[in-house]
Design a binder for this molecule. Structure first.
Ligand SMILES: [Ca+2]
Length: 334
């Protein structure tokens, strides 16, 4: 008759075997394939942003930081006080638990646009280490991940053009540029219930026209989200839901929004437009913004017009607003 100790040993001997079987089941060929498929769906992105002026970049960052489909390998700042934009990002990333994301700094330039969220940014910390230069960072990351990176461009295209000029061959190894900018068939409008103006000189393009011309002549795949599809407003119901939600991210967005409102800002509205959120939403779910291949020419005075010839951009003219808000609100209200 088996002693109690021997019986216990026998049972304990079976347990590792069971665990091993379970482990084998967990790494079955099927589950390995599933894991690989999930990994393949994660999109590597670099975000180039003029966060701090208008408020839409902050909302775009909000969607980026809450979307598991995206691997944010870095964020670079562009236009005007790029150092203060780094400081804003440092605070936003730290307070939302994303300090691991590298931030790079574009060259500082002159901007006449008010930095509406400067006070929030100034209360952030300076990064512990001097940030990498934006163009160096972008080119370094493209070399490390050829054909894999989507560059999401949310500001004037100054860094983008500088990267093309410095090393066009490396820049050509981007997977694509998904950008907010331009105005192809419709201009700025107060609301969707008012007829749009004719195409306008859109801010990101007009701020640095030669840079936009450089990108559209580069041959790199471009997905363009112009004014035609990006004038989506966050009304009071959505704002209350977001700003009362109580996460570190929505708290930060609420404070940034209030500074934006409290500044002398050219947008002069309580209701932000989510321009820069549209390219981010597109990268997550391209079905919400179907595109048309077109040849886009950037004129010397900053218009983006359709021309005859081979397409150089895929342009989204209409966003599925319901699908867009389902995605945006559900992610930020996690
Ligand atoms: Ca922007």
């Amino acid at each position: 008759m088996m002693s109690m100790i021997a019986a216990a040993k026998k049972v304990l001997g079976v347990i590792p075997g069971l665990l091993m079987m379970q482990a084998l089941l967990l790494v079955s060929p099927l589950s390995l394939l599933q894991t690989q498929a999930q990994a393949a769906e994660i999109e590597k992105v670099i975000v180039d942003t003029d966060i701090g002026d208008d408020i839409d970049d902050a909302f775009a960052l909000g969607l980026l930081l809450t979307s598991p489909e995206l691997d944010i390998i870095g964020i670079s700042t562009v236009w005007g006080d790029t150092g203060l934009r780094v400081q804003l990002l440092e605070r936003l990333l730290r307070e939302t638990g994303h300090s691991r994301i590298p931030v790079a700094q574009g060259s500082a330039g002159i901007s006449t646009t008010p930095f509406t969220q400067a006070r929030w940014a100034q209360r952030g910390r300076l990064p512990a280490q001097a940030p990498m230069e934006a163009v160096d960072f972008l080119l370094q990351q493209i070399r490390r991940n050829p054909g894999q990176i989507t560059l999401i461009a949310l500001g004037p295209l100054t860094n983008v053009a500088a990267a093309i000029k410095r090393d066009p061959e490396t820049f050509g190894k981007l997977k694509r540029v998904v950008m907010m900018g331009g105005s192809v068939r419709a201009g700025y409008r107060k609301s969707e219930y008012v007829a749009p103006r004719p195409p306008d000189k859109e801010y990101n393009i007009a701020a640095d026209i030669p840079a936009a011309q450089t990108l559209f002549a580069s041959g790199v795949p471009i997905v363009m989200m112009p004014l035609d599809s990006t004038q989506i407003r966050v009304d009071e119901v959505e704002r209350n839901a977001l700003f009362g939600h109580g996460t570190a991210l929505t708290d930060a967005l609420a404070l940034l929004y209030h500074q934006w409102i409290d500044s002398y800002q050219p947008w002069s509205s309580n209701t932000p437009s989510l321009f820069d959120v549209v390219p981010v939403a597109y990268v997550i779910d391209s079905r919400l913004c179907p595109t048309t291949p077109l040849r886009i020419v950037v004129s010397a005075d900053g218009y983006t017009t359709e021309a005859a010839g081979m397409a150089n951009a895929k342009v989204c003219f209409m966003v599925d607003k319901s699908r867009f808000f389902d995605l945006f609100m559900s992610r930020l209200l996690q």
